[in-house]
Design a protein around this ligand. Structure first.
Ligand code: TYM
Length: 334
């Protein structure tokens, strides 16, 4: 039986944080044995906002290194940089002509990122989800592991696949399923439990980076916002206390336990004690990854070789799909 196919992407637009790890990369690791996997560093997506050209290639290598350091086997999975496989952009153009303005106007991530400055953001930031749909559908991927924040983009991908199939009376594109799972599908800011942990938050104390040393991890968790009460007894109680719930779900995800099990263990205990254990746990899980990233980054040739092999394998799958799309759309094959 052939395996179902996964595609997922991570932007090289800053260092990776705990949200990227728990919401996405950790799940990639657990899925790799059951699926044929394409993991792509989405540098074309990154340039929808300004990126320093002197740093972009290095950041792309760093995300590849983080994939490998987290436990993704580079020989069994296809790891590559999005810009190196031109079929993504070629299909994205076609999807620009399939997706409707009204669909994109509803994207909350665009609204959040553009804020009040809509007239001044790049056109790419607006059409970003069409490129994401192309990333997925150029491989006819059936499943897409992502964090909760990408759910709406996945729904749009499904709409685009459906509309293309309907418009051109074909069944070429599968309707891909999102895989959003684990205890921490939406990791929140350590400073505000109602805001997502993100690269763009101005406060360093809002997020734990994969590259943080033990001291920073301890300091950030110590300073994380909580309330004066001891840990709650039930999930329902925790849900009314977003900062408490966030730290509990982070603990659960890092220790591969359910939130209920963590609550059983810590209910009624003081946050000072819980935070100490959480900091020890986070350091124990993240330090080996950051050490491995540093090691891999010192061997650029190795990383470039992995990405080159990934690119060749990706093109071998993407090219015939694009040829079919061009045929279906009716382009002259000269
Ligand atoms: P990006 O680069 O912002 O994030 C990479 C992955 O990390 C997840 N994530 C989180 N999960 C839980 N809590 C958080 N606070 C958190 N922050 C980020 C994201 O959900 C994502 O899975 N548009 C995508 C990249 C992309 C893509 C694709 C993904 C481009 N093409 C095709 C899947 C398939 C993005 O900006 O992710």
């Amino acid at each position: 039986m052939t395996k179902n196919r996964i595609l997922s992407g991570v932007q090289p637009s800053g260092d990776l944080h705990l949200g990227n790890y728990l919401g996405a990369i950790k799940n990639f690791v657990s899925l790799q044995k059951d699926y044929e996997c394409f993991f792509c560093v989405v540098d074309l997506h990154a340039i929808t906002v300004w990126q320093d050209p002197k740093e972009l290639a290095q950041k792309t290598r760093e995300v590849t290194a983080a994939f490998i350091a987290s436990g993704i086997d580079p020989n069994e999975n296809i790891l590559f940089a999005q810009s190196q496989v031109p079929q993504h952009s070629q299909l994205a153009w076609i999807f620009n002509c399939v997706a409707r303005m009204g669909w994109l106007n509803r994207m909350t991530q665009f609204k959040d990122k553009a804020g009040k400055d809509r007239e001044n953001v790049s056109v790419g930031l607006f059409s970003y989800p069409n490129l994401m749909a192309a990333d997925i559908l150029i491989y006819l991927a059936t499943h897409v592991p992502v964090g909760e924040d990408q759910k709406q983009h996945l729904e749009l991908t499904r709409d685009i696949a459906q509309k293309f199939n309907n418009d051109f009376s074909t069944d070429l594109f599968p309707i891909p399923e999102p895989l959003i799972f684990g205890e921490a599908t939406r990791v929140m800011s350590l400073r505000d439990g109602t805001k997502k942990m993100s690269k763009s938050d101005p406060s360093d104390y809002s997020r734990i980076m994969l590259s943080d040393n033990i001291d920073s991890i301890v300091q950030k968790i110590k300073k994380a916002k909580t309330d004066p009460h001891p840990l709650p007894a039930t999930k329902e109680e925790a849900e009314k206390r977003p900062e408490a719930l966030n730290l509990i779900t982070i603990f659960a995800a890092l220790s591969d336990q359910s939130t209920d099990t963590v609550l059983e263990q810590y209910s009624g205990k003081e946050f000072s004690l819980f935070k100490k254990d959480l900091a020890d746990l986070a350091a124990e899980k993240l330090q080996p990854i950051s050490k491995e990233v540093t090691k891999l980054m010192s061997d650029q040739d190795y990383l470039d070789q992995i990405m080159k092999t990934g690119k060749d394998k990706a093109i071998a799958v993407a090219e015939p799909v694009l040829t079919k799309v061009y045929d279906i759309v009716g382009f002259a094959n000269t």
